[in-house]
Design a protein around this ligand. Sequence first.
Ligand code: DGJ
Length: 731
Amino acid sequence: MKKQLLMAMMVSMTMPLMAQHINVSTNNTSLILDAHQGGGLQFVYYGQHLNDRETEQLFSDGRQHLDAYPAYGMQTQHETALSVVHSDGNMTLDLAVEAIETRSETNATVKVVKMKDKYYPFYVNVCYRTYPDKDIIETWSEYSHKEKGTVKLTQFASAYLPIRYGQVWLSHLYGTWANEGRVETEPLQHGMLVIQNKDGVRNSHTSHAEVMISLDGKPQENHGRVIGAALCYSGNYKLRFDTDDSNYHHFFAGINEDNSAYNLKAGENFATPVLALAYSNEGMSGVSRCFHSWARSYKIAHGTQVRPILLNSWEGVYFDINEQGMDQMMADIASMGGELFVMDDGWFGTKYPRKNDFSSLGDWLVDPQKLPHGINGLLASAKKHGVKFGIWIEPEMANTVSILYEKHPEYIIKPTNREPRLGRGGTQVVLDLANPKVQDLVFTIVDTLMTNYPDISYIKWDANAPVMNHGSQYLTRDNQSHLYIEYHRGFEKVCNRIRAKYPDLIIQACASGGGRANYGVLPWFDEFWVSDNTDALQRVYMQWGTSYFFPAVTMASHISAAPNHQTFRTIPLKYRIDVAMSGRLGMEIQPKNMTDKEKQQCRKAISEYKEIRPIVQQGDIYRLLSPYDKLGCASMMYVQPDKQKAVYYWWKTETFVAQQLPRIPMAGLDPGKNYRVRELNRVDQAPLAFEGKSFSGAFLMENGLEMPLEHNMPWGEKNDYASRVLLLEAE
Ligand code: DGJ
């Protein structure tokens, strides 16, 4: 009986087929493929959800069906997702569908289209994962073979998506250190557009592995059909858009294969990273909401929990760590209502104390000169002040001036026969995570800290160097091209071990600022440092772009000093608070240098942030007016999913006398509810016209509210900035 049941289940899971439509659906979207036994897998449709009748109509509306996963060899004139060199030197693939398998995971359903080359025992699985209630389709590919010898993979994209030619625009994020997440939009035109990363370690400086594809002309925030795509990978990637003479833009996304050809052994399985796709007809904000909701549930460590409000020591004291200073900062953040203190760089090094960035990475022992009572002393201070304690490490790196390097020069990435290229501080090198001994070392750094000091609640995990020179001292001569891939496999193995042992630890991904804003790391990390640039005005732009794919709960956003340490711009505290409060609020400042009035202003802001924290960190985003539109202001809001509460932000982005700014309709509210308006972080002498008044959601979404051009402040306190944060509560 048991055997019969098992047989029945097997049949329902793996379907041999003659010809079959494959329907990969979420509540609001459909991806339709066509598979033929012994023939190819074809892409038919991706977009708004279709019912059965409409799905049938796809097969008579004249549309072209394209290869869903084009492989190189038998149609060599086209761009491809996969290309290989078989063990006998043959460079072609001709894939045929063998079966379709459906399997259930704890929270998801996976459909696998199993293909095999018509001649070679080379197998390709094209996979799709969907979740209940999330409008995201994850897709990736897997390869294996039974050939004699290895098969060289020379191109191995996770996925391919054809996009019908028309008014198609691309929005993507570019940037660099201290200027991350900048939005760039352009129409897709003929030729090849490539967005890629080759850093080796940090993949979201220079550009991002996520793109928005607007199908109805110039990108809009709340209107039009948009596809969003995010490659969930921490390493080098390549996104290609080929616009040829066909009716399609051909979009490929995957690991960057440059200098990364992979020798696949018989019996080995190679799985590409996931490409997550979302479709919305509610503009780019609609796509963002799909990504945020999926990510909070499945792709971010503790994504459905709110984050503590913290003070980080970096901009306050830089490397000048000492016991008394740390105690004072803890007392200060506690007095302002903060919940966590994070001691940044500069606390470690015995033989080589970390006084600057010239030395000590790798030697994760407390500097006894700076901290005579060690970490236990700091934990005692934290307890005394009633805050939690966090610590900075950079475990993937070493300095050549360190005990670690003296003992294990073989642990670093460098080519044989050459001296290594040195990075930050003139001595920084990257450890070779392809090497299992290095994986153990990196795990042990975290494990030792956590075993010795179990009260540590938060780790800031930094990574401040690229792989500058190609060479693994661990990988064999034949497999040197595996370096980048094995580095990130090693990184994932370490992360898995850490999370298995320390599931509750909060971990921030920092990489020279925002170098690791990606869904390759977030399953193990709670948040990332958006940028080393804390200038509030520039943050409006950077956080805007970053929010395209990442929810506020991941975006560390700190109130810092004026003049700002990166731009030297002097921005009033009110504006600095109002920008930081649109992400995961924290402080990055020396509170000792703040006046009592400023501290009181922050105390009030922290208390008000606690009130709105669940809305900001767990709510639905509606970006209203982009700073990139250069209309003088920017505005966005977060709405609680039950639409009972919302937080509205408005920031002036430039100032002129007699300026004419647009009035901005709100979005995402319940038209039938009445919302009472309360201004937060108020500095004006008199309340705003609408303070305490209520308006229907319909009115607010049609008209918005009139924002005064400046703050009503006494002469002498007036300044050239203006911003507003409004809490809307349904009555
Ligand atoms: C780079 C990070 O982005 C900063 O926040 C800080 O932690 C420094 N590293 C410390 O060296």
